[in-house]
Design a binder for this molecule. Structure first.
Ligand code: PLP
Length: 395
């Protein structure tokens, strides 16, 4: 075999992604692109905010000498300080540029953190339903994923269940708020309870357990809901995030990690993370994007557009008899599958040209995910198909 058996097995495990893509292509060829309703991908349909284009133009017209060269592996000081300033405001803590490393997206940041902290065989708790790549990233660094369900009715943190899953081998827990795939936001009170529990367990077990807060959707929240910063609540917390969603730049691979200034041995953690960023081959985050996002830390795409789409889909699906938790952020719905087998349900939806991802892909059979970061016209065109699907299933 040309590839490692482990990679072959991983590809097979993730094959539903390829199958969904192939099925989408087949349906588009057969019926025409405007008659296929593809809700599978978390790829924003909006353009970056106008301030991005302005900065881009300004830099192109007035280039900075040396702006394409290698730099410090952690990134430009100017960018790190700009990120730190906003985080310091959000957390009320003295976050400095020295606590920030610019990375190749949130995916890059997650890999940097996991490489930095994991010894072989150490466990990382992930919360079901979870972002599909977590397990692969944990494996990249010799870790072992441990799945713990969130509350099945609300998708909120189940802190007693997390506590029960902590062992002497637990090194980290990954949380994601606003969540992909459920869209829920964890309130400050939950984060505080989590922080208290972690502190107790760290004392009991005598080690450091990190909370990795994966938050690329932190600026995408609705109805004026606040997304609480993790730092005041959890000492050994590290934020991993990107501008893939809030500035609609997923292809540019620009993000960052930030350590809580109150983290134990924070300087050593940062030194390790800078090294990991280098030896994972990222070397540094893209230079041009670092220059641009330094000026855009208070910008985001128009969130109201996403909220309109959420409302349209939530109202329609609820009226049709689907059962779902109304999301407060991100751009996904995670309704319960009306059929016991979510893969079978997704196949039934395909017969109406609606493309969805089964909950099994997120470790959560019995649900399905709808990504609504798509053109509003497509959502509107899809409504008769949703109605026909609900009717076929007798909802
Ligand atoms: N984490 C979550 C929860 C995501 O949904 C995504 C992308 O969809 C990522 C991380 C990776 O984001 P990036 O494109 O910044 O690597």
């Amino acid at each position: 075999m040309a590839i490692a058996t482990k990679i072959a097995a991983f590809i097979e495990r993730a094959s539903w992604i390829r199958k969904m893509f192939e099925e989408g292509e087949r349906l588009r060829q057969l019926h025409g692109a405007d008659k296929v309703y593809d809700f599978t991908l978390g790829n924003p349909d909006v353009e970056p905010p106008p301030a991005f284009d302005e900065e881009f133009r300004r830099l192109a017209l007035d280039p900075i000498p040396g702006m394409h060269r290698y730099m410090n592996n952690a990134g430009y000081d100017e960018t790190r300080s700009a990120v730190a300033e906003v985080l310091a405001e959000a957390s009320g803590l003295p976050v400095k540029g020295a606590h920030v490393i610019m990375t190749c997206g949130a995916g890059g940041a997650l890999n940097v953190v996991l490489k930095t902290i994991l010894n072989p065989g150490e466990e990382v708790i992930i919360l079901t339903p979870f972002f599909v790549e977590y397990k692969f990233y944990i494996d990249n660094h010799g870790g072992v994923p441990v799945e713990v369900w969130t509350d099945r009715a609300t998708f909120q943190l189940d802190i007693p269940a997390i506590e029960a899953a902590i062992t002497p081998r637990t090194r980290a827990i990954i949380i994601c708020s606003p969540n992909n795939p459920t869209g829920v936001i964890y309130p400050a009170e939950s984060l505080r309870t989590l922080g208290e529990m972690m502190k107790r367990k760290e004392k009991e077990l005598g080690g450091q357990i990190y909370v990795i807060s994966d938050e690329p959707y932190a600026r995408i929240s609705y109805d004026g809901k606040n997304v609480p910063n993790i730092f005041p609540h959890v000492e050994n917390a590290v934020i991993v995030t990107s501008h893939s969603k809030d500035l609609a730049l997923p292809g540019e691979r620009i993000g960052y990690l930030a350590a809580n200034p109150r983290m134990a041995e924070v300087e050593q953690f940062m030194e390790g993370a800078v090294f990991s960023n280098r030896v994972l081959g990222f070397v540094n985050a893209p230079a041009l994007m670092q220059r641009l996002v330094a000026k855009l830390q208070r910008e985001s795409v128009d969130i109201a557009l996403y909220q309109e789409k959420r409302d349209l889909l939530c109202d329609t699906l609820t009226a049709l008899g689907f059962s779902l938790v109304k999301p407060d952020g991100a751009f996904y719905l995670f309704p319960a599958s009306p059929l016991a087998d979510d893969v079978e349900f997704v196949r039934a939806a395909q017969r109406h040209n609606i493309l969805l991802v089964p909950g099994a892909g997120f470790g959560a059979p019995g649900f399905f995910r709808v990504a609504y970061c798509v053109e509003k016209g497509m959502i509107e065109r899809s409504l008769p198909a949703w109605r026909a699907l609900a009717q076929e299933l007798g909802l």
